[in-house]
Design a binder for this molecule. Sequence first.
Ligand code: AQP
Length: 332
Amino acid sequence: MKRIFSGIKPTGHLTLGNYLGAVRQWVEVDQHQADALFSVVDLHALTVEHDPGRVRRLSRQAATLLLAAGLDPERCTLFVQSHVDEHARLSYLMECVATDGEMRRMIQYKEKSVRARDAGEGVRLSLLTYPALMAADILAYDTDEVPVGEDQTQHVELARDLAVRFNQRYEPVFTVPKATNPKVAARVMDLQDPTSKMGKSHENGSGIVYLLDDEATTRRKIMRAVTDSAQEVVYDRAASPGVTNLLDVLAASTGGDPEVLAGAYTSYGALKKDTADAVVELLRPLRERHAEIAADPAYVDGVLRRGAERARGMARPVVDRAYRAIGLLPPV
Ligand code: AQP
């Protein structure tokens, strides 16, 4: 059975982009077809300015939302990254295999380092080495596939390069992983700025649908989405990014084809209304289930404890092998 690993960063409240681009596929496909591990990757949340209490709250909320979305702890392994030391242990080895140039080429590093500088904050070294930790997350589990939104594909490709390099330079320790993207909505864009992706840590939340937004807020955000001046409903990301984004969201929420859907609309108002209805229906069960699970923190603790134990048991032998292969003396 193939092994799948994917993660979510507790840097903000989870968004519709996280759900359509990643979580839904984890729930509907991955956990049924593979030995799947899903992690709240909290160490990654420390790579940018953060509030410690907020990271803790968001980590718990993310785990609760993943369960609410339908991850089944009997079918998959759900855990918090910092509960498994092997991630940090292996990350250092990845830094010893990767080059400075490879890290600096990463689009996420370029974008987030500019944001940090613009905000007058220092750029943390961990933001640069982020892909080494992400490679460790993936490689520690003999992962075959990493289901991610398009924005993370570059990091998975780097993990792949590092695995191949390590295996050739030292010993064949790592399985070489590959990224998989969902077909529709691999990249949900911000409703107010449809040329940039809907990201949970963005300052202005009016273009972002959070999974826990109430129904009225969700509708308002979608009805106020930026469209175009042409008044024509066409599926064309370059010419008409706002409308195309709404068509993608509608298609992903209802199971339709965005280009076919474009032909069914003659006004933006109708498209927005149908998209708002579809998203509200899509998220309602998730919100209801979240409220139930959040009321039982001991259940969430138990899931995370068992998940970390299982993950540790899988990662430790792989990381120990990598330590030996690279030249470190085993403990005596
Ligand atoms: N807008 C998006 N469209 C499609 N997929 C998305 N993902 C994130 N945003 C979109 C996918 O969600 C998974 C978890 O993402 P993450 O938490 O690891 O980090 P991210 O990609 O950096 O997501 P955010 O929400 O944009 O966080 P910030 O703002 O902190 O950077 C990934 O599979 C991702 O592809």
